[in-house]
Design a protein around this ligand. Structure first.
Ligand code: PMP
Length: 407
């Protein structure tokens, strides 16, 4: 049965088996970062125990071994998101670094009056770099508003799009609300105006099958640590011809072909965008995480996650003290809510006292909080290893919290 499958999956995550505040840990903060299966932990250890060396630099055995593992991981990422070529996969520190890279290399392509479009539900990582770019170039930053149901307003998007729109940068899934954005439509509409489309996939890759060729996005970004991999490693996918046209960002070793005191010529892709010694162990760990995901029964896991969301959303809907955001909208991974009249952090602290890890506050989306007219929300976010029992423990604990606060 699927319950048995999930229970077995769960045993691959050693961290989950522990007590917090004398309760069994219930980890429901997966949108912030996922836990790591033993296979990922082992891959990182094994690399340091057997193969550690710098990549691409030497002609000795260990360096060749490290390079080969490092490049194998790149191919795993390529296959995972169905990129056409492995040169289209650039290693970054994470989604944040990837967006900053793009915002910097696009600087020469924009002029005053050009437009960049983001949405009202973006993470700060997909807002601030564009504000910085707008300031530098005189470009205008426009924001797609949300509908009453807290989804992207596509009609408003169409009226924001003009021939001056150069960049559209949108989250695949909202980290604060769990809402899945209609990125296929966004990409099509933006391309009709000749704009380039960047998709922030940080919250999507662990829950939704991503096919960059089918989406036809120009760039796609994600972080390893939200996909069962280590922190400090992430991916920037870009279409080959676009990456070739754009200038490098950081300068240093690895990204060059030849250097004189006067000038440098740049290396080919993907190395042109990978200055300095990369996070080799991180890339290898992310490769192991992708192996883990590939071995999952995807249909079973996606149905399971959906049933956790449905159960929790239904239970919360019946509690009159609770306001759910993006209610009845199809979500991926996360549910966001407030307890009327209470501060979100108080709720999270009272849940923590019962061993339950949830996130509270603005979720790095302060502008969204002002749209929602609240100071912060409580967010529960699920992963494949969460059980229905855990969802029940959470709902019961929340009920208790609400009662205590109501007294
Ligand atoms: N975008 C979204 C939608 C996210 O959820 C996050 C992580 N909270 C980021 C960007 C930034 O990711 P990272 O901190 O791993 O760079």
């Amino acid at each position: 049965s699927s319950d048995l499958y999930i229970e077995q999956l769960r045993t691959q995550f050693p961290i989950l088996d522990q007590q917090v505040n004398e309760h069994q840990l219930v980890y429901l903060d997966n949108a912030a970062t996922t836990q790591k299966p033993q296979s990922v932990i082992d891959a990182i250890c094994h690399y340091y125990q057997t193969s550690n060396a710098n990549v691409h630099r030497a002609s000795h055995a260990l360096s060749n071994q490290a390079t080969s593992l490092f490049e194998q991981s790149r191919v795993k990422v390529q296959t995972f998101i169905n990129a056409q070529r492995s040169e289209e996969i650039i290693w970054t520190k994470g989604t944040t670094e990837g967006i900053n890279l793009l915002a910097n290399v696009f600087a020469d392509q924009l002029q005053a009056g050009d437009e960049i479009i983001i949405s009202a539900l973006e993470h700060h990582a997909n807002i601030v770099p564009w504000q910085m770019l707008a300031k530098k170039t005189g470009a205008v930053l426009k924001v797609i508003p949300l509908t009453e149901q807290h989804c992207l307003d596509l009609t408003a998007f169409q009226s924001l799009l003009t021939s001056n729109t150069k960049i559209v940068s949108i989250a695949h899934v909202s980290n604060a609300l769990g809402v899945i954005n209609p990125i296929k439509e966004v990409i099509e509409l933006a391309h009709q105006q000749g704009a380039k489309v960047i998709i922030d996939g940080a919250q999507a890759v662990a829950h939704i099958d991503v096919d960059v060729q089918q989406l036809d996005c120009d760039f796609y970004l994600f972080s390893g640590h939200k996909l069962f991999g280590p922190t400090g490693i992430g991916v920037l996918y870009g279409k080959l011809d676009l990456l070739n046209q754009l200038p490098p960002w950081q300068g240093g070793g690895e990204m060059i072909q030849t250097v004189t005191f006067e000038e440098a010529t740049y290396n080919q892709l993907p190395f042109k965008f990978e200055a300095g010694t990369p996070n080799i162990a991180g890339a290898i760990g992310l490769g192991a995480a992708i192996d883990f995901v590939n071995a999952l029964d995807t249909e079973c896991c996606q149905n399971h996650e959906q049933s956790l969301i449905e159960y929790t959303e239904n239970a919360l809907s019946e509690m009159s003290e609770i306001n759910l955001f993006a209610k009845d909208v199809t979500k991926s991974g996360a549910i966001s809510f407030i307890v009327k009249g209470e501060h979100s952090t108080d709720i999270a602290m009272l849940l923590n006292a019962q061993g339950i890890a949830v996130r509270s506050g603005t979720h790095c989306a302060m502008p969204l909080m002002s749209v929602l007219n609240c100071s912060g929300t409580v967010r529960v976010s699920f992963s494949v290893y969460n059980t229905l029992d855990e969802a029940k423990v959470f709902v019961d604990a929340l009920q208790k919290v609400v009662e205590i606060l109501g007294d």
